[in-house]
Design a protein around this ligand. Structure first.
Ligand code: HPA
Length: 290
């Protein structure tokens, strides 16, 4: 997957929508519904997109949706490519390369993740402030094309502080409103900040692995997001990443982890999550002055 291929794909997308796209979103497991509730302009199946792989996992659609949210032109990856599906890591991050070449400066990544902290219950949203990459791969390995970005990118601030603050503020307002309207009987924070650790999957972790991750300083564990965030950061995009904590990680609570539980929690949180995304998009629009 090289620069020319990403350019071809970017030209293809431009041929379908020639306004400047502002924000790209990647929707994780159980969270794909957001793309169906935006003002859609076009929805392109991955099969029709040059050089795109296809999504194979249950609960992940495979479309690029172009549309508007709060009048901001956005492109949404409805269904991501996971490394555990057997793709090359360059295929996993290819859409991000394309978003970068489309001139998009803001990327919002979402995912489902297991919670490593008992204080962050199932259904909480976790604003990723940093990550640990234990996937066993780095998407920037290989010959570096300087047109994408530097050979040795700094990773001190992968996740944009300003965007984190925007997301926290908006989440706080949503929580206040829910409490005032009586939707939540007790005041409940809906967003926490934390560190996300990526493993390759597709197995969930063992309890011993989860204890190790806790010692390493992780708050959540999942199987995605980190490669995309690294590539976007290398390209100079601002990244906001939010996990939906769909289950307690293995051994944190009693009981086993089921993919169905992961999907169910995603669906339960969808309303708050979508509300947050809309508000964040509006705030990013103001912040970036478009
Ligand atoms: N572990 C890894 N990935 C996940 C989990 C988990 O517990 N839940 C959702 N994605």
């Amino acid at each position: 997957m090289n620069y020319e291929m990403a350019q071809e794909t970017a030209s293809f997308i431009k041929s379908r929508f020639d306004e400047q796209l502002r924000i790209a979103l990647v929707l994780g497991s159980g969270l794909g519904g957001f793309a169906d509730r935006i003002q859609q302009v076009t929805k392109i199946p991955y099969e029709e997109i040059p050089h795109f792989a296809r999504s194979t996992v249950q609960g992940h659609a495979g479309f690029l949706v172009i549309g508007r949210v709060e009048n901001v032109p956005v492109i949404v990856q409805q269904g991501r490519f996971h490394y555990y599906e057997g793709y090359e890591i360059s295929q996993v991050v290819f859409p991000i390369r394309v978003f970068g070449l489309l001139g998009i400066k803001s990327l919002i990544l979402t995912n489902a993740a297991g919670s490593i902290r008992t204080s962050n219950r199932r259904g909480t949203l976790l604003l990723i402030r940093d990550h640990i990459n234990l996937m066993g791969v780095n998407p920037l390995r290989g010959v570096n094309d300087e047109r994408f970005g530097p050979r040795f990118p700094d990773m001190t601030e992968v996740y944009c502080r300003d965007y984190q603050n925007i997301a926290s503020e908006e989440a706080e307002k949503i929580a206040q409103e829910r409490f005032q309207k009586g939707i939540d009987k007790e005041f409940r924070r809906i967003l926490r900040r934390g560190v996300y650790c990526a493993l390759s999957g597709p197995t969930y972790e063992t309890p011993a692995e989860v204890r190790m991750l806790r010692l390493l300083g992780a708050d959540a564990v999942g199987m995605s997001t980190v490669p995309e965030a690294m590539v976007a950061h290398q390209m100079g995009m601002k990244v906001l990443a939010i996990s939906c904590l769909t289950n307690m990680a293995a051994g944190i609570d009693e009981g086993f982890i089921r993919h169905e539980e992961v999907m169910e929690t995603g669906a339960q949180v969808a309303e708050i999550f979508e509300q947050l995304l809309r508000r964040v998009i509006l705030r990013i629009k103001e912040f970036e002055n478009y």
